[in-house]
Design a binder for this molecule. Structure first.
Ligand code: NAI
Length: 348
């Protein structure tokens, strides 16, 4: 662990457990240079503690990049709770979790992520002020996330196909959860043709019936005959192997950490497939969460621009990253990472 470059970059990593409730969680604080580390709480049945740690570390670094590029006065962090939420999540465990993050104090703030609902966030908020995304403040982040992803997709379609809007575009959406379904609905409303896959048959059936989507097996969605592949399920879906199979000319979606590694990104670039860095597209959740952060003790100095304006800015930011990548002979992922590191390096 100590040798991992991702671990090395972190300011702090905390491990918590609470035997009475079975809580085991990891909070990774990548950077507080721009402000308190912010990032959601993911609740998953990880195969191993090591897998959970790696996920927390990679996600918290991505949060640093995401907030830096979005111009937010916060740093990057992430929390993962280890276990099957359907089996162990209950009020006592969520309260124990809230007490854990209270021990970190004002250098970390969290919210919803995969496996955590708005109701769960509200339960944690009963004991902790360091959690946003309750219906009393910013609400469900998946809605602004989906809106932000749409702004990003619009930039992708413009850059790659020189087309304004989605009319006739074939978009393959992987994952029809909170964000993926929101993206699919908006794409449908704007004239796109949808190809979808999800492990949840009910979600697929609803998209077929209500959005005129074509369903494909989960194993085939990445190689669907589409213009854009939009990963909106979990991370790591673009591997060396899948990168070689993608038929779309652009990859852009909501899922965090879509590239399993740098090689996968290189293969996409070699094949002329435009990759939109996920942490640029999916910043809507943290952008909306920031609207509530001002109310948290010690954070009154945070200045947050209006939500709609901040979400719309994702379009232009992505266009600038594509242009910069082209000018520098880099991939968009490399250009975005360098830009984010420069911003973090300059500090507050
Ligand atoms: P969610 O849990 O509501 O939806 C995920 C969906 O993916 C579920 O419907 C699930 O059945 C499906 N899925 C799981 N494995 C799959 C597979 N192998 N193939 C196809 N579908 C599969 O999660 P949510 O909130 O929609 O988030 C989706 C992604 O977007 C995650 O990677 C998350 O980290 C990222 N994200 C979410 C944000 C938010 O505000 N909710 C903010 C930024 C990023």
């Amino acid at each position: 662990v100590w040798d991992s470059p991702v671990f090395d970059e972190h300011e702090q990593v905390c491990l918590f457990s609470d035997a009475p409730t079975g809580l085991k969680c990891i909070v990774a604080i990548h950077s507080t240079r721009l402000g308190p580390a912010c990032g959601g709480t993911r609740f998953r049945p990880y195969q191993s503690d090591r897998e959970a740690l790696d996920d927390a570390l990679r996600l918290s670094r991505a949060m640093s990049y995401k907030s830096a590029l979005a111009g937010l006065p916060v740093g990057g962090g992430k929390s993962v709770i280890i276990g099957d939420p359907r089996a162990i999540k209950n009020r006592a465990l969520l309260h124990a979790y809230g007490r854990c993050i209270n021990r970190i104090g004002a250098s970390f703030a969290t919210g919803e992520d995969v496996g955590m609902s708005v109701a769960d966030v509200e339960t944690v908020a009963e004991v902790s002020p360091y959690i946003a995304g309750t219906s009393a403040n910013s609400g469900d982040p998946s809605i602004p996330t989906a809106i932000g992803v749409m702004h990003g997709l619009r930039a992708v379609v413009k850059w790659r196909f020189d087309q304004d809007g989605f009319h006739g575009m074939r978009v393959a959406v992987q994952g029809l959860g909170a964000v993926g379904r929101g993206v699919a609905e908006r794409l449908h409303a704007e004239g796109a043709q949808l190809i979808v896959a999800d492990i949840r048959e009910d979600a697929v059936a609803a998209a077929v019936e209500q959005l005129g989507a074509r369903a494909v097996p989960v194993s085939d969605i990445h190689r669907a005959d589409a213009d854009v592949f939009a990963p909106c399920a979990l991370g790591g879906v673009i591997t060396e192997a899948s990168a070689r199979e993608i038929r779309a000319r652009a990859v852009a979606g909501a899922a965090n950490n879509q590239l399993a590694d740098a090689l996968a990104g290189q293969i996409l670039a070699e094949r002329g497939i435009l990759f939109a860095p996920d942490y640029v597209l999916n910043a809507g959740g943290i952008i909306s969460g920031m609207q509530a952060l001002n109310t948290i003790p010690g954070r009154e100095e945070a200045k947050v621009p209006p939500l709609e304006e901040s979400l719309a800015a994702i379009h232009d930011r992505l266009m600038r990253i594509f242009a910069r990548a082209d000018a520098q002979g880099k991939t968009p992922a490399e250009a975005a990472e360098q830009l984010a590191r420069d911003i973090i390096g300059r500090g507050r």
